[in-house]
Ligand binder design. Sequence first.
Ligand SMILES: Cc1ncc(COP(=O)(O)O)c(C=O)c1O
Ligand SMILES: N[C@@H](CCOP(=O)(O)O)C(=O)O
Length: 473
Amino acid sequence: MLYHSTRGGSERLTFADALLAGLAPDGGLYMPESVPTLSHDQIRAMRGKPYATVAFEVIHPFVGGTIDDDTLRTIIDGAYGTFRHTAVTPLVQLDERHLVMELFHGRTLAFKDVAMQFLARAMDHVLAERDQRATIVGATSGDTGGAAIDAFLGRERTDMFILYPDGRVSDVQRRQMTTSADGNVHALAIDGTFDDCQRIVKSMFTHTAFREQVALSGVNSINWARIVAQIVYYFTSAVALGAPDRKVSFCVPTGNFGDILAGWVAKQMGLPIDRLIIATNTNDILARTLETGRYEAADVVQTTSPSMDIQVSSNFERLLHAAMGKDSNALGELMSSLKQSGSFTVPEEALEALRSDFSAARAGEDAVATTMKRVLAEQGYVLDPHTAVGVAVAHHVADEENLDPSIPIITLATAHPAKFPAAVEAATGVNPALPPHLADLMERDEHMDRLPNDQKAVEDFVVSKARIAAGGA
Ligand SMILES: Cc1ncc(COP(=O)(O)O)c(C=O)c1O
Ligand SMILES: N[C@@H](CCOP(=O)(O)O)C(=O)O
């Protein structure tokens, strides 16, 4: 199993190399040369198995032997042993047709924990095996940062720098990043949006001298290993509802397009998924793209679902690459157009391919608040605002597109309501409590560095702090 860049660079990497590399030097994202498939018998046999067992079966073919089987099992067991629910990602029925899959039982209360706990252990293993160090730089709109800092806590082979948009994350999210006891972790408040943070991080990967000087690595969903670990819960949830003998649809609160891309890969692997529904908040670039064929960035609007306040969805490039028949040159032209003019037009054939798998809609702020209130009143269940975007869109698309009512729709519950208490309380009157391990979060001391929205300033900071740049072993 080898990986290549969406932009067509000639290098072919193993899973372990792609894991450390993060983003390709040509600015593209790594993709497997082919997607492994699972037969219906293999999928059926997943029923009733523990999450970690299914995780091994799904992840194993992508790893291609670059991590030995016993170590891979240990990594997976360790990762999912950190979850507070034995099912890891349990399903909750909202009504006859709609369910939510709770992805927030990990240490930082967001779906990012599912993949990050795997990624940190896998990366640590590969670095130890090679006796190497790495400098991790990541961009976050709130959740990836906290999850990465927690998962890499105390790992001696990495220094971590997390860029977040100053003033645009919730207090709980910020404190999960700024109260780490680990001296190798740096929370950087950037004077800009998440898109600015992500642009800086991605440009660092194409700055060869810097990349090599600090042995740059990434933990955002531009790293293929993140996607792989996120594929697993599509399988566990679908088989719990009768797959492969029954189809399931998924509705995914979407920003950087990593989570829903994992669902699309699950479908390529043979999981019978009916619709993949992209749910956006007011920052609705993906919903507009599916409707009009124009990918057109607008100014980011701050919403009550801040982790989805994103315009440039990195993983959309992976989907476009497949939808355009892996034509890296044509894809490269679209990406240049995006860089120069902030927009591009999806070729007609590719658009048709996207529409055959995906539906999309947006939920504005009123719909989000109304959905939180309604679901509490009708089902006694408290949604976080991101999940509420998903539930609102799932209902809307089911009605609008007249979807087959016998096919259940699972909305991914991507965060715990306690991460966004102000928005939840304003909509429902309920003030959700943090779990015991975070009970003193709001009293802990905070440490962060404020930096301008400028790649050079961030690179200089990283070089001045990263132990590898100072010749650390
Ligand atoms: C709570 C929450 N929901 C949804 C999303 C969107 O996920 P993705 O970026 O994978 O599309 C994010 C951030 O990525 C998030 O933190
Ligand atoms: N919503 C994310 C944005 C980054 O997403 P990633 O999945 O690419 O790491 C966040 O909360 O940071």
